[in-house]
Design a protein around this ligand. Structure first.
Ligand code: GAR
Length: 189
């Protein structure tokens, strides 16, 4: 059985989608969800979905407590699904090539510190982009710079609101992210 741990900071709609996708999969399981926000929506979703979830603070992350939890859970893949803290260097070293992130734009455009969620979509709209999309990539020491695994695109019309753009991007995330995870873990998706 391949094991996934999901890190999420917000609403957790991607976390829920991934949990549901693998619910009846004999080869992959979501072991737990971890969050750095004690009031994150993802905690309520986990309660509803009966998934173990943990909250951690910055000290636990930076002093190796979260790494210790990972060492006991032994995930094959750590999935960042709307997780907004930078990953400590030691953590990245300990789990090299085992951490992936989803970014709601076509990197290298609209990435980097401070570019997350709706801020990305605002920037895309303000630049009159005709296309946006998602990027799934490995995580390294720099925000949004690890090797790209998969990208998918969607067309925008000039009438699309920021909300419309967010909805289009979320739809791509729900379609592609679980399949890409499955492919990494099992070689097909
Ligand atoms: C997702 O759109 C994800 O791509 C984005 O946060 C959203 C989380 O939504 N991540 C980033 O912006 C990372 N830089 P969710 O909590 O409903 O899954």
């Amino acid at each position: 059985m391949k094991k996934i741990v999901i890190f999420a900071s917000g609403a957790g709609s991607n976390a829920e989608n991934i949990i549901k996708y693998f619910e009846n999969n004999a080869n992959v399981e979501v072991s737990a969800v971890l969050t750095n926000k004690s009031d994150a929506g993802v905690l309520k979703r986990c309660a509803f979905l009966k998934k173990p979830a943990l909250y951690f603070n910055r000290m636990a992350f930076e002093d190796g407590v979260v790494a210790g939890v990972m060492n006991s859970l032994k995930p094959d893949l750590i999935v960042l699904a709307g997780f907004l803290w930078k990953i400590p260097k030691d953590f990245i070293k300990d789990f090299k090539n085992k951490i992936i992130n989803i970014h709601p734009a076509l990197l290298p455009k609209y990435g980097g510190k401070g570019m997350y969620g709706v801020k990305v979509h605002e920037a895309v709209k303000n630049n009159f982009e005709k296309v946006t999309g998602i990027t799934i990539h490995y995580v390294n020491e720099n925000y949004d710079e690890g090797a790209i695994i998969h990208q998918a695109k969607v067309s925008l019309s000039k009438n699309d609101s920021i909300h419309d753009i967010a909805n289009k991007v979320h739809a791509l995330e729900y379609e592609h992210f679980p399949k890409v995870i499955e492919k990494i873990l099992l070689g097909h998706g």
